[in-house]
Design a protein. Structure first.
Length: 134
């Protein structure tokens, strides 16, 4: 049976369906851990299957393109951190540079929930071990 022309291609339709399903039925607790592992495995399989279809010559040509890889590394590890620091100084309170400002342990050794940013959700820090040596 042919795919209806009024629908996007099957992959896009399945992707949108997964987003709607996750919004309507979010996973909680132990099931969320299983779903997280399943999603990670599916993404790895997707990239692997895409890589298997590429010809070896195209893979080698992409691998030796050092200018492209250098630009990607520089963008990821130089440009984006510099943009983050710039935003931190231009708009204080928007970004946090360390987790200690977001999360402080209570006197009982447990974490507390503290609001972050302007109207943002709270962060549950979990238990804090005050004496790691016992």
């Amino acid at each position: 049976m042919a795919w209806p022309r009024w629908l996007p291609e099957p992959f896009i339709t399945a992707l949108l369906g997964a987003v709607v399903l996750a919004a309507l039925l979010p996973a909680h607790g132990v099931i969320a851990l299983w779903v997280d592992g399943l999603v990670t495995a599916a993404i790895m399989l997707l990239f692997f299957m895409h890589g298997v279809k590429l010809p070896r010559d195209a893979l080698w040509a992409a691998l030796v393109n050092w200018r492209l890889h250098g630009a990607i590394v520089a963008t990821t590890f130089v440009l984006f951190p510099m943009l983050g620091l710039g935003l931190h100084f231009l708009l204080p309170g928007l970004l946090y540079l360390d987790s200690a400002r977001q999360c402080r342990g209570g006197g009982d050794g447990g974490g507390i929930i503290e609001p972050v940013g302007h109207g943002a959700d709270a962060i549950d820090c979990g238990p804090v071990d005050r004496n790691p040596r016992g």
